[in-house]
Design a protein around this ligand. Structure first.
Ligand code: FES
Length: 309
């Protein structure tokens, strides 16, 4: 099966936007309405505290529970199997709530049509499956077991198809993967390399430069220059086109903020720290190397000595 053709076909399904755009807008407005608390909740939902997306870690519980119910249901003559299947359905429905919330949080920033439609169909199938499992749970309580089993098997098929689409999002569209260059990338120079003159870099404005094959964003604050990888770890957005705000560089695509001092994520949606490179200033030249020297050095700047960062 050619997965690329499947995702191209889904990208042409404009009808998905009728549900996808309102869903994205609803999630965005909900977080905005919650103010600073909303930002903290959103960071947690993305998985900032883990340094890893939270959604893929949470989906295993409902899927596993519903699969277990699917295995137990054919043995419905046994009281224990019936009770186990019913419990698994209930656990799956409850566990689907945080899985859906984290998924919607990861999904809402994307404006790109192919990701919006693929992710939208993934979400719609999941919501439909959760509804089917919920009705299956209710039917079990009413002892309508044939209907309950039918609903849960149809729900399971929906989850399987949706899981495939989730795989396309992760492996083909690279949603949730780290898009920044690897700090130890062999194309980054091991030796100190001049990337700009200090006077060429405007104060507090992102400036693009190259160190070997690695694109950098430089930010000058007085006599200090910070160098981060230019390709945003979220989806590869150009940080050199972003704003410098509150000691951070803000990505222009989905507004992740990275600390200039450490490269760490300050505001999601990215959950991966941005590679940060050591910088020194020699005779007015800004020099960058691939890795931090073991012993911090001090260098001369026009205003005296300064330590390298
Ligand atoms: S590419 Fe999405 S926040 Fe940078």
């Amino acid at each position: 099966m050619d997965s690329r053709r499947i995702s191209e076909r889904i990208t042409r399904m404009a009808w998905i936007d009728k549900a996808a755009i309102p869903l994205q807008s609803f999630v965005r407005k909900t977080y905005e309405a919650m103010g600073p608390t909303g930002k903290k909740v959103e960071d947690a939902m993305h998985g900032k505290f883990l340094g890893h997306p939270l959604h893929p870690a949470l989906v295993h519980l409902p899927i596993g529970a519903w699969l277990l119910a699917g295995l137990l249901d054919p043995w419905g003559g046994s009281m224990a199997a019936r009770a186990g299947a019913d419990l698994a359905i209930a656990i799956g429905v409850i566990a689907a709530v945080p899985a859906a919330l984290t998924g919607a949080t990861d999904y809402y920033p994307y404006g790109d049509a192919s990701i919006r439609r693929l992710g939208g169909l993934h979400a719609l199938l999941n919501y439909a499956a959760v509804a089917l499992f919920l009705f299956s749970w209710i039917s079990r309580a009413a002892d309508a077991r044939d209907l309950a089993r039918l609903l849960s098997y149809v729900g399971l098929m929906g989850v399987m198809v949706s899981g495939y689409l989730g795989g396309l999002l992760a492996y083909e569209k690279r949603i949730g993967t780290n898009h920044s260059p690897i700090p130890e990338d062999e194309t980054a120079p091991e030796e100190w390399t001049t990337v700009a003159r200090l006077t060429d870099i405007p104060e507090g404005i992102a400036y693009r430069a190259n160190a070997g094959d690695v694109a950098l964003v430089l930010v000058r604050r007085g006599e200090t220059v910070d160098a981060l990888a230019n390709a945003c770890s979220h989806q590869g957005g150009p940080l050199c086109e972003g704003r410098v705000v509150d000691g951070c560089i803000e990505c222009p695509w989905h507004q992740t903020r990275f600390s200039l001092a450490t490269g760490k994520v300050v505001d999601s949606p990215s959950v991966y720290a941005q590679p940060k490179y050591p910088v020194r200033i020699e005779n007015g030249e800004v020099q960058v190397a691939a890795s931090m020297p073991e012993v911090p050095l001090e260098v001369e700047t026009p205003n005296g000595r300064a330590s390298m960062r």
